[in-house]
Design a protein around this ligand. Structure first.
Ligand code: GUN
Length: 294
């Protein structure tokens, strides 16, 4: 069965839009999400444009702050400081990756954790890892939402996470092992130093592939009936497309799909859920549901 992230994401956005309409009718201000975008990386441009569009669909105010590739760390830190202090801004994100001369960790740690709707600040990461209320980063939150909405059994399931990035692999592994529903799985994290990845995957009831390696998960790695969540979004050159590329997931979809009970496609699976989760976090920030008013 296909896991339709596009549909679930649209449902979530209309739930949010209804809540926002009620807030505005009650005289409250619209939620406000700001984004900082550095440079002109194609992927980042697309993500940020989609975030701005999603804000419109949800009835949020959005602000986009752009810098060129040669921005200094000091200039970025000043922009973050302004957003931290701006009482109209409920939450903001700094689109990653940043140019190499910028220390990403300095930037992330400069964000007020109470406005960190990406959930990348160590306070939010730490609180998530011990199961406290926090902003959960958008892609892992979107994956958990899909597992929940499709009622996929996770308790006691063997879950293999491929990849250990701070943005996806580490947090989703953490969420999958929390005593929660969905969650409560037995989690194995595989990465570039793991031998026997194929054998480990073959034992999995759930595979979450977040490596950025097109077609990495092949049919011989999948147990019949397994659930496959594909987080890959690599741009592969494709002359037949008008933009010159197509998005490729980490799973050999054509050969794996007939084997599994559920699979999320690329595009239209996890990608749209990331945006919906960011909108949800922004609503939580605007309503001060995680942290008291800044
Ligand atoms: N780059 C890739 N994914 C993300 C994300 O979820 N948030 C931000 N800020 N940058 C990203």
């Amino acid at each position: 069965m296909l896991i339709d992230g596009k549909k679930v994401s649209a449902d979530i956005k209309s739930e949010i839009a209804a809540t926002v309409a009620q807030m505005v009718a009650d005289g409250q201000k619209r939620p406000h999400l700001a984004a900082i975008l550095v440079g002109h990386d194609g992927g980042s441009e697309t993500y940020v444009a989609n975030k701005v569009k999603a804000c419109e669909a949800c009835g949020f105010k959005s602000t986009l702050i752009r810098f060129e590739d040669d921005v200094t760390e000091t200039e970025l830190l000043e922009a973050i400081d302004r957003l931290n202090k701006d009482t109209d801004v409920d939450g903001f994100i700094v689109q990653l990756p940043l140019p190499r001369h910028i220390n990403e960790q300095h930037i992330i740690e400069a964000i007020d954790y109470r406005k960190d709707v990406d959930g990348f600040h160590p306070v939010n990461v730490g609180r998530m890892s011990i199961g406290l209320p926090c902003f959960v980063s958008a892609t892992p939150a979107g994956i958990m939402e899909l597992l929940g909405r499709y009622d996929i059994p996770t308790r006691g399931a063997r879950c293999v996470v491929l990849g250990r990035s701070n943005i996806v692999g580490k947090p989703v592994a953490n969420l999958m092992m929390q005593k929660a529903k969905p969650g409560n799985a037995t989690v194995t994290v595989c990465h570039s130093a793991t031998p026997d990845i194929k054998e480990i995957c073959r034992e999995a009831d759930i595979i979450i592939a977040a490596l950025g390696s097109p077609g990495f998960v092949t049919a011989d790695m999948v147990k019949p009936g397994a659930v496959i969540i594909d987080v890959g979004t690599t741009r592969v050159p494709d002359a037949s497309r008008k933009n010159g590329y197509r998005l490729s997931g980490d799973v050999d979809f054509a050969n794996v799909e007939p084997l599994c009970s559920h699979i999320s496609p690329v595009p239209g699976g996890v990608g749209p859920m990331t945006i919906a989760s960011l909108m949800k976090n922004t609503l939580l920030a605007a309503r001060h549901e995680i942290y008291p008013a800044v």
